[in-house]
Design a protein. Structure first.
Length: 205
């Protein structure tokens, strides 16, 4: 589920992916439900690709959000985010992720994660785990099956196509090499794709 929840640079809150176009995404705000376009030039990150720095490695945000949910029994966080001081935020985060990197994960990062958690549960999004099988894997299996069928059909039709090509060549003459080299493939820009990010990884800019 988190793969479809996005962070759009310069815009508050979180967004749900609605649809994809050639060079844009249509996203819906989890705050006010308004839909807006996110263009290829915008920095769009999937929440599912975000990790939190620890003293040893990185931990996926899904595991962190799950730990918060378990601590709060599925309810809102037990800390007043509007009044919480840096030390309060660090103490709270230490309860759910004891080994978080104090130097790279700032209080502002912690507050952002806690706000995201509250925004998600307020939208009835409570499953923060990764799916066992991603749609891409299913598509890959489907493509492999289709390719096998296509190869079988091509092998069956090969003799007929060869005979037809030989007849056409006698009728039409040789193909122009210049024309073949001059043909260009049409470029279609792809929609912006989520990028991996690590909380506390980059400052400034």
């Amino acid at each position: 589920m988190l793969k479809e929840i996005l962070v759009v640079s310069g815009k508050p809150g979180l967004y749900k992916l609605v649809s994809k176009g050639n060079n844009l995404l249509i996203v819906e705000s989890l705050i006010d439900k308004k839909r807006i376009p996110a263009y290829i030039r915008d920095k769009v990150i999937s929440v599912g690709d975000i990790s939190i720095y620890t003293d040893e490695d990185e931990v996926s945000i899904g595991k962190v959000l799950t730990a918060i949910r378990e601590k709060e029994h599925g309810g809102k966080v037990s800390i007043d985010l509007s009044k919480a001081q840096p030390d309060d935020l660090r103490a709270y985060f230490a309860e759910i992720l004891p080994g978080f990197n104090r130097e790279r994960v700032y209080p502002s990062d912690i507050k952002k994660v806690l706000k995201w958690y509250e925004l998600l549960i307020s939208n009835n999004i409570t499953d923060f785990s990764k799916k066992e099988k991603e749609p891409a894997e299913e598509d890959e299996v489907k493509d492999e099956n289709e390719s096998a069928e296509e190869k079988k059909d091509a092998k069956t039709a090969a003799p007929a196509k060869a005979a037809a090509a030989k007849t056409a060549k006698r009728k039409e003459g040789p193909v122009s090499i210049t024309a073949a080299k001059g043909a260009k493939a049409k470029f279609i820009p792809k929609a912006s794709t989520p990028k991996k990010s690590v909380v506390g990884a980059k400052r400034g800019g």
